[in-house]
Design a protein around this ligand. Sequence first.
Ligand code: 7TS
Length: 411
Amino acid sequence: METVAFNVEELRNDFPILSKKFNGKTLAYLDNAATSQKPRQVIKAICDFYEGYNANIHRGVYEIEEKATMKYERTREATSRFIGAESAEQIIFTRNTTESINLVAKTWGASNIRKGDKIVVSLLEHHSNVVPWQVLAKEKGALLEYINLKEDSTIDLDDFKEKIAGAKLLAITQASNVLGTLVPVKQMTSIAHQEGCTVLVDGAQSAPHMPVSMTDIGCDFFAFSSHKMLGPTGVGVLYGKREILDAMPPYNLGGDMISEVHKWDVTWNELPWKFEAGTSNIADVIAYYHAIEYLQRLGMERVREHEKSLTKYALKRLSEIKGLRYYGPDDIEMRGGIISFTLGDVHPHDIASILSREAIAIRSGYHCAQPLHEELSLGGTARASFYIYNTEEEVDRLAEALNEVRKVFAK
Ligand code: 7TS
C-alpha cells in the first residue's frame, strides 16, 4: 500500500474531537492505552453503512446484503494482512480483547487444561489476561504461575525459563498497559513451544503501535481490539493457528456458526464463522477497515518511531518535575508509549481531575492491573499514553500542569 507523509499537524485534522474545546481549551488526549480517538474516515464509514447499505450479512442474495457481506469480509482480509497471519480464515471477530481471551479459555482451555496442568502468565498482565486463567485453573485444579520482573521492569527470562518447564499454556502480553514494557514474545514463544506449551499473546497494547507479524512471532493465539487502533468499539480480534481453531469446540451456539442443524444433531460451520454466532457487529467491523487502512498508509514502523521519540521527550520532561517518579524501563527500545507515574503523595485521581480542568486527559488508578500494582507496592498510578496524533506541545502542557499540581499540593 502507498504510504503518506507522517505529518502530525496534518493528520490531526482527520480527528474531529481534537479541534473541539473543553473548558475553553483544546483537548490533549493522553489516554490512548484506554481507547484511541477516531478519524473521520472511520466515523463516515459507520454512517455510510447505515444510510446506504444496512443489511444482515451471509444470508440473502440481494444487492445491499452482498455489499455488506463483501465489506465485512474485506475487513477480515485486511486484518489478516495487518498482523501477517497465514490466512483470513484464522481471523475471528469478537467484541474486544477480553472476549477473544475468554473465547480461548472457555473453548481451548475447557477441553485442554486438566488437573495439575500449569498455566503461566506474567506480573504485567491486564486483568483480562489473568481472570479467565485464574477461574479456569480453579475449575480444573490447575496451577497458575506468574513470571517475575527484573529491577528494570522487563521480564525475568531466567524465571520464565524455570516456570515454563512442563507448562501447558503461556498467556502473555506483548506490551504492558502500565509500565509500557515490551515483552520478547517471539523468543518466549519459541522456548515455550520446545516445552510443547501453547502460547497466547495479548496484543491489545502492541498491535496498535508497532509492526506485528503472526508468522514471525509464531504464537498460537493473538488477541487485540479495534478501539485502541483508531477503529470503533465493539470489535475485537482473535487470531489462531488453523489446526488449533479447527480442533476447538465452538464458543457461542446459534445462527451463522452452524453448517446444518437437524432436530437432534448439528454440524459446525467452517472457520472463521464457527466462532461467530448470531448477527455480528457489522457496521463497526466494516468501519474498522478504514482504521487499518489509515495506519497502514502511515506505516507501522513510522507509528512506532513517532511514539518512541515522543516518549523519550516525555520521560525527559517528566523527570524534571520534583517529586515525580515514573515507572517502567528507562531503555526506550524496551518500552512503548505509556508512562505511569506518581507525584509525591498526591492521589493519582486528584492528579487526573486537576489535569482535566486543563483539558488534559490521562487515566489514574490500577489500570486493570492490580496484581502488578500490588507487586510494586503502589496504591495506584497516573498514566499518560500516546498515539499518532500526540505532539511535544501536548507533552509540554502535561509537564506544566503537573508542576502546577505539585505546587498546589506542596502548600
Ligand atoms: N489487554 C491489555 C494489555 C490491555 O491494555 C487491555 C485494555 C485489555 C487487554 C482489554 O482490552 P478490551 O478492549 O477488551 O477492554 N486496557 C485498558 C487500559 O489500560 N485502560 O483502559 C483499558
